[in-house]
Write a new protein. Structure first.
Length: 157
């Protein structure tokens, strides 16, 4: 427990130093560009130490902001997930298309799940998969559900 606690403390100090250094770099870049974007509040952020609660709440906000867009790839003629993965990897090159794939995994229902950070990337990827591997694979973006809820036995006042 003590070693885990000390490791967490070291990690938090390293991350705080890293954030401080990136803020300093951003301010220096703004000064080099001779823009007036540098405000007194931005310079005061460098000297200000963050509280534990701010750090924790900031991490949750970053995770919530990281919205992923999903694409499912289905085989038209019951290929295995491994075969579909190799087909997509060999015929579609995301590096050439400048697409950052965050997740590329097989699902239980026999489909592939591909996630990116951008809607345009998903559209371009699905278009190329349908064009290049159209005979064997079918790419589609799943729709969001719109659930409805009925609550019974609520008293009126």
């Amino acid at each position: 427990m003590k070693s885990v606690s000390s490791l967490r403390g070291v990690y938090n100090t390293i991350m705080a130093n890293l954030e401080e250094k990136t803020r300093k770099i951003e301010i220096l870049e703004c000064q080099v560009k001779n823009t007036s974007d540098v405000t007194p509040e931005a310079t005061s952020l460098i000297e200000k130490k963050r509280l534990y609660s701010e750090t924790v709440s900031g991490n949750n906000k970053k995770r919530a902001e990281q919205k992923t867009f999903k694409l499912t790839v289905k085989s038209k003629s019951s290929h295995s997930i491994e075969h579909m993965k190799t087909l997509v990897k060999t015929k579609v090159n995301p590096v050439e298309m400048k697409i950052g794939i965050t997740t590329f995994k097989g699902l239980r229902n026999g489909r592939l799940l591909i996630e990116t950070q951008n809607k345009k990337e998903i559209d371009a990827l699905s278009k190329t998969i349908n064009e290049v591997c159209g005979e064997e694979l079918e790419a589609s973006t799943p729709r969001r559900r719109n659930p409805r809820l009925i609550i019974y036995n609520v008293q009126k006042k």
